[in-house]
Design a protein around this ligand. Sequence first.
Ligand code: ATP
Length: 512
Amino acid sequence: MTQDELFKVLVAHCKEYGFIFPSSEIYDGLAAVYDYGQMGVELKNNIKRYWWEAMTRLNENVVGIDSCVFMHPKVWVASGHVAAFNDPLIDNKDSKKRYRADVLIEDYLSKIEEKISKEVAKGRKKFGDSFNEEEYRATNPNVLREQKKYDEVHNRYVAAEQANDLNEYRQIILDCKIVCPISGTCNWTDVRQFNLMFSTQISNTGESDDRIYLRPETAQGIFVDYLNVQKTGHMKLPFGIAQIGKAFRNEIVARQFIFRMREFEQMEMEFFCRPGTEMEFFEKWKQNRMKWHVNLGMGAENYRFHDHEKLAHYANAATDIEFNFPFGFKELEGIHSRTDFDLSNHQALCGKKIQYFDPEMGESYVPYCVETSIGVDRMFLAVLSHSYTVEELEGGDSRVVLKIPAPLAPVKVAILPLVKKDGLPELSQEVVNEIKYDFAYQYDEKDSIGKRYRRQDAIGTPFCVTVDNESLQDRCVTVRDRDTMEQVRIPIAELRQHIDEKVNMRGLLRNL
Ligand code: ATP
């Protein structure tokens, strides 16, 4: 299956098994807005819990808050979002489709990179052990030609980005003959800036002063609550404030399922520290966050850091943690050293002192801060795309199984009476009563046991427990493992402990 096909299958699977539905589907949906179904919400909640507990419980100096979506409009002036939270958009006049000009150019550059990688792979195959990649890259004419092309476009692109030169974006698109994937033509409009914030009105007088925004990031809620938390929590620097919540962006191009949505959820943490110590904490949080990801067991090779070449004006260091999605390595989480930009701007605009008195230094200052910011939905997509597996079984059969890390699985255990009679449903109910206070479970007595196993595999349930006639005598049940399909016989009295070892979040957190 190609990566593209896998992505399509995944979207269909999400719908069929109650993970994700298009929003308002009975009215043909709403672009880039999705609902989480009965399975999806459980997985999403587990992801959030893993993050929340790793942040707030495992770090004594990190506390959580829950601020509102609506905030005073001045917040977004101070943060720079009103003036500069823009994307450069361009339309194709033939297909009438809209694109982000920067993304068109970046995709073009990625394709050149791919070509170079393929050339290098060819060389590696040809020369085997004696292959010297550095020398090959420096001498192979195909690689050199592509690299030259890449460097030229990349340099123009970085310069255009820095100068915010929209005409140059368009010129690069024309010069590189980048076509619209729908119409196949180069018939482009000018490039325009487009602010990504949604706005609405707080009262009904219709005055323009009433305009407020739906927050495009949760971070500003943390900044404006900084003083309250610091004072009421008697927090000493360095300390962090974590938050999970909805964010809204009017994304121009939203065609990648839950990778880029208009309403999404973020898990953000701002770590405040003494100016001059921020790089130490930037490094610490980089390592800490990577460990959190790798700890899930989805393969260290599927993550990489991507350091930013061009820094936002407020940042003095920035990196992304990228994940190997079905459509390639893409940003999953951002880690930024944001200096004192946000707190200083709020201080200037609100006219109140937002400072910390440092008893060791005997002076007050505006703290610096390091941010970690991850999208819940992107994390959901990372888990799901990595977990989706099609396995060939003996006898020519196959099964679709979601190998979701067990502590994140929506349902932990399924209780399945072998038949719907002879007292097995009653005994199964006893088993349910034994485990229901600890684990999310499903009880299923419909269809053959084989079909029921497939249904549980398809939603990623780590354990299936079968209750059979023998169970009535020996009070043991058969427990089938999702990944190995191995079956063991276990006394009902020991079932809870057996399941717990694998699915409890405690084990995951302990390894951090
Ligand atoms: P991108 O470059 O992909 O647009 P970004 O750099 O604008 O992302 P940030 O502003 O750094 O993203 O937001 C932090 C995190 O929030 C991202 O790493 C991502 O996981 C998530 N995120 C941002 N925009 C969206 C979106 N439209 N839909 C889903 N998740 C998003």
